[in-house]
Design a protein around this ligand. Structure first.
Ligand code: DC
Length: 244
């Protein structure tokens, strides 16, 4: 079957990566977690003291070291998932920390950071057969993506999911604190100047507040089946016109 590009955008902690991973696994596609890329840049900034104790980011300093940052994904056969590498180091267990979450919106709003990440993302998706999740995939990275999904879910449900994720790693935060961080990121991500989070006109909205992971996967697989049928029809039509 013809390989397609699938763009999944939406708010923080909506389950984008869970759905994207399941889809990539099912279709044997590659999965690119673009949020992880911005998180890796943020981790680099924190480690290089480019964010001070007052939480001020040294933008110029970060832009200067951008060329030193190399980000890649390596598929882990054991965990059956792709892991984020920053300059050759597996940083998967650091990039979801609250400290990174607190600063990532700021880092991802920098034009030069975005330009670099978007170039890498376009390169990764060049051959199609990719599921990419983020904030601007369907609107900016791949505006011609074959299938665009915009995910959303109730804020309280999202906050609880993120809190559980932290708890499973032995990190304890109140629900209120996690919720505040989510709401602030949603606001910042949707209101920034460079490629803000917005729903592409041709995106299919998926609100997963009350539906299971299996139902979400089934829903999108059906969309993909329909799309493949449509593509076949279009091909046939082209063939017909060629013979006329
Ligand atoms: O999906 P996530 O929560 O891991 O993303 C982390 C941050 O990165 C998010 O607050 C906004 C930013 N981001 C972005 O600006 N553009 C993307 N394509 C993906 C994420």
């Amino acid at each position: 079957m013809q390989k397609i590009t699938i763009a999944i955008d939406g708010f923080s902690s909506c389950g984008k990566s869970t759905l994207a991973k399941a889809l990539a696994h099912k279709l044997n596609y590659s999965y690119v977690d673009t949020g992880a890329m911005y998180r890796a840049v943020t981790l680099h900034a924190l480690r290089n003291n480019l964010i001070d104790k007052e939480d001020t980011l040294n933008e110029e300093g970060l832009i200067k070291v951008l060329d030193d940052i190399e980000i890649s994904f390596v598929f882990d056969q054991h965990h059956k998932t792709s892991e984020t590498f920053l300059n050759g180091e597996n940083v998967e267990k650091f990039i979801r920390d609250m400290e990174v979450s607190k600063h990532v919106s700021k880092v991802s709003s920098i034009k030069e950071v975005r330009a670099k990440m978007i170039a890498i993302q376009r390169h990764m998706g060049k051959k199609k057969g990719v599921v990419m999740d983020g904030r601007d995939i369907g609107t900016n990275v791949f505006p011609k993506a074959d299938l665009k999904i915009f995910m959303t879910a109730d804020t309280d449900i999202r906050a609880q999911r993120r809190k559980d994720e932290h708890t499973s790693k032995g990190q304890y935060f109140s629900l209120e604190e996690v919720k505040r961080n989510l709401q602030k990121r949603d606001y910042d991500d949707s209101h920034r100047k460079e490629n803000p989070l917005s729903q592409a006109e041709d995106a299919v909205v998926l609100d997963n507040s009350d539906i299971s992971r299996e139902e979400q996967l089934e829903f999108v697989l059906k969309l993909i089946d329909d799309l493949h049928l449509l593509m076949k029809e279009r091909e046939k039509e082209k063939e017909r016109q060629r013979h006329h």
